[in-house]
Design a protein around this ligand. Structure first.
Ligand code: SF4
Length: 389
């Protein structure tokens, strides 16, 4: 199966997004502690890894761990704000180390909105330079976008821009804001959109992408808000393909192995024809309103068929809907019989990073400087990860 694992290589960042769900923590990684995690993914026969953060390009050994993972046969990607990719030679160094794909996060192609969301000036210009440099170095580019209250009305405008100015970008990823962690949790009122706020613009954006032959995924959006493109839902694809995801968080959560993809459902979901393959409402932070959900009355099989037959995703283990249905029902029966059961994890999971005196000093000084910047920008700081005395 084509599982992809995540390693947070750092947790500090050069930007200060008011909805960051993984802000600064006192944990740090060195090459050896990251290598253990890469080896574990290889052992589990994972297809690839995504290096993320914080801002992963701030880790001095990023090229080294990239090269190591690539030499182990993993497909290597990273999620970045693009800021440092524009530094002379860095994109080429990462390409030479084996980085194959950079997911560059850009929330809005309106400079003032991007600056407001990023908490610092000229972030859009820097990201554009980074995208060009990485593309010229031979790294594939995807665009990641967190849907939030400030960009909800112009998601399609962003796509019009990318299609016209960066036609080589072929894949786009949307994440609806996660209001349950970090700064997103304490700034929910400011940044969390209503589902209805982005419904129209998201549909226009996905239609534009689909019509232009681009591919895309949408995470944390219930299917009733993306019914025409239900096959592109990350949760739905994982539910259908019975996939798992391991994230090595560089904080007290450590390793999270996710095998269930359903979140919260409303009473109306019971009448919905796609309930079995819908992730529902991502509401861990109570940021969204279940009253916004409405049932769909459309056949489920064509959605499953599209996922199983996706030529760009040759990873499914099922040949057709009949075979899938048998495996899916058996899987659900096992879960119903023992709701607390977690599939075998194999060997004990390795520890993630370490808290050193130096890491703690860095954490405290980062918290102070970020607190000053946050105050100026009108956002609240996340709850401290350790005692700040
Ligand atoms: S009504 Fe519920 S089950 Fe149906 S698409 Fe919406 S969230 Fe999913």
């Amino acid at each position: 199966m084509a599982n992809i694992g995540y390693i947070q290589v750092v947790r500090h960042c050069n930007h200060l997004c008011g909805f960051c769900s993984n802000p600064t923590s006192p944990y740090t990684h060195d090459f050896d502690s990251m290598k253990v995690l890469v080896d574990d993914f290889v052992e589990r026969d994972y297809f690839g890894i995504i290096l993320t953060g914080g801002e992963p390009t701030l880790h001095p050994e990023l090229p080294k761990i990239t090269r190591y993972a690539r030499d182990c046969g993993l497909h290597v990607r990273m999620i970045t704000n693009g800021h440092n990719l524009g530094n002379e030679g860095f994109a080429q160094e990462m390409a030479d180390a084996g980085l194959q794909l950079a997911h560059v996060s850009v929330y809005s192609i309106r400079p003032d909105v991007e600056e407001r969301l990023r908490g610092m000036k000229d972030t859009l210009g820097r990201a554009m330079s980074g995208i060009e440099a990485a593309h010229n170095a031979g790294i594939d580019i995807n665009i990641n976008c967190v849907i939030n209250a400030f960009n909800a009305d112009h998601l399609h405008e962003n796509i019009e821009y990318w299609l016209e100015h960066h036609p080589y970008i072929r894949h786009f990823v949307w994440n609806n804001l996660d209001p349950s962690m970090g700064r997103a949790e304490v700034n929910q009122d400011q940044y969390t959109p209503r589902l209805a706020d982005f419904e129209h613009s998201l549909r226009r954006a996905l239609t534009l992408l689909n019509d232009s032959g681009r591919t895309f995924r949408v995470e944390k959006v219930p299917l009733c808000y993306m019914a025409d493109f239900a096959w592109a839902s990350t949760e739905t694809r994982k539910i259908v393909k019975l996939e798992e995801r391991i994230v090595h968080f560089l904080d007290d959560k450590q390793t999270v192995r996710q095998t269930d993809w359903d979140h919260l459902y409303a009473d109306v979901c019971a009448a919905c024809s796609v309930r079995e393959i819908c992730g529902g409402l991502f509401n861990r932070g109570d940021g969204y309103d279940p009253a916004e959900l409405y049932p769909l009355f459309m056949p489920l099989e064509p959605i499953v068929e599209t996922i199983l037959n996706d030529p760009g995703d040759p990873t499914t283990q099922f040949k057709n809907v009949t075979e899938w249905r048998a495996a899916f029902d058996a899987h659900n029966a096992r879960r119903a019989a023992d709701p607390d059961s977690v599939p075998e994890q194999g060997d004990a999971l390795p520890g993630v990073g370490q808290v050193t005196d130096q890491g703690l000093r860095l954490y405290h000084s980062k918290r102070k400087s970020e607190g000053r910047r946050a105050e100026k920008r009108g956002v609240s700081m996340e709850r401290p990860a350790v005692n700040e005395d």
